[in-house]
Design a protein. Sequence first.
Lengths: 298, 347
Amino acid sequence: MKHLVLVLMLICGTIGCQQEHPPSPSGIIVTDIRGRKVRIPSAPQRIVSLAPSNTEIVFALGKGDKLVGVTNQCDYPSRARLLPKVGDFNRPNMELILAGNPDIILAGNAIPDKALHILESAGFPVIISEALTLDGIFTTIGLIGKSIGAAAPAGALVSDMQNKITAIHAKVANSRRVSCYYMISYGKEGNWTVGAHNFIDELITLAGGINIAHTMRGPWVNMDLELLLSHNPEVIIMDRSQGGLSVLQNLPFYNRLDAVRQGRVYSIDADLLSRPGPRITEGLALLAGILHPMETGE
Amino acid sequence: MKTRPLMHMLIVSLLLFLCLSGIVVACSLGKAPIAFDDVIKVLLKHIPGIGGFIHPGNYPDIAVRGVLLIRLPRAVLSLLVGAGLACAGAAFQGLFKNPMADPYFVGVSAGAAFGASIAIVLGVSYFMGISGTGLFAFCFALATVFVVYRLAWGGGRVSTLHLVLAGVAVSAFLTACVSLVMALNRQKMAQIISWTMGSFQYSTWEETGIFAVVLLVGFSGMFLFSRDLNVMISGEETAHTLGVPVERIKLILLVLASFVGSMAVAVSGIIWFVGLIVPHAVRLVTGPDHKLLFPYSALSGGLFLLCADVVSRLLLTGEQLPVGIITALCGAPFFLYLLLKNKQERF
């Protein structure tokens, strides 16, 4: 008993001695997407990315060689697959991040609160830089650029993306808007789609479409099938991993939709649209081509 | 400890030594390249009280971060949770005179799982290093125990049989509620399931500190009443005539064990079988004396869970296996063995 009390006291005592590494006074302070102020070294040499979009942005800014760890989901560009893995985007592995010994961590929205707390108390600067809106994507590219010493390339990338988006939008701006359903999942997984607070909704609008779930709040919405039927979208967009037209033709409810009957179901690489990174311009071009094949010359 | 005090002292010291060296070993194992002597240096340097007088030499910064903030809290928390679960299990098994009782017996796990799933669905954030999920789990677990206890109360006493039955019924109901929550929020299902499997992957010092205090209170209380519990095992009537306030002690022990069990669930999720098999294994050595059973269970339970957690984080590369899977893989066969043994005795 005595021994045990002693051990417990020792343990309680140890808790007191954790805050001993104040962040070094050098470096810059950036404000991340959640409004957290984070002090980071002025030119980070070892970057860990905890979101596929962050990995894509870092590569697009020419700093891919500074990445020392990415998530299991980071598969683009193909060079990212060869980098050391530090766990899943929503369950990063502390030990593997530690092994990378990063001087900056670019996290996504799915980082668990406790993981964030541990990384911060261990003295790793963590920036949350995964956008939920189109504007946010430009902001995060600027934020990441500033954080990893690539502010100029970031500015160039943002204006290039904005130009591309304007050009694509110009082609379809005067056309009739096509009603569209963006399918994330169906059936047992729930009929998930994107709501108003999601950049995919913005991209659908820019591509000359109208998201039938646009009136529903939240970034993601579990769609009621009766409601889907009453909206009867002209076009359905789905990820190619979910299958395609033939799958929906055999699904109750879905097989009564005009989009399915007329074969306007498109399986695409959804990463182009769902990752808030540089490739959304490709996604937008793809979307505009699907919704308005005549105007875009597809 | 009256019969062979020296031997018991030796065994307890040995277990204590194993626990401490287990922590050192746990701190030195992992994917990050931290040399063993650096681990020792960091640990020596940070022993509270005497660390200031020791100058073990230089060590890299990564060793401090890795050992003190990532590996050590995890190792200590798994040790403490193992100790807590084993003690609570021993208490419940003694209280209910039922070898199949464990710390989650009266609805703790189902209540905690329900609370956690609600927190996950609502997206409750965290504060002061304690996750909202943990907080909800803890409150719901305690509330469940309270409800179960109230249901079993009648005629000025709590019938053990009613307690067990109410526990089973309420657990079943809450488990159904968890399934309902998951069915309505399928996108959070993976998160809820992974929570219920139990893990020490994100252990913070704050949680470790809170759990240490809860364990200290819980263990002291249980140890204090271990003699009364010994008497109660020989029969509640006997205990009553011997002047043991049976109902009050039952209530106190129940509250303490549930408190420790709920807090364990809150910081680590549901970890099956530790609270079930450890007291059993210990009882084979110590016999039914709770004065020995509690300290022995605490130390060996801690050691067991510490080892299981180290295995869980080293077994797979890149992934971390939930520690609950490891303990269940070890525990389930033992559970079956007990079941078969019981059967033979009965017939």
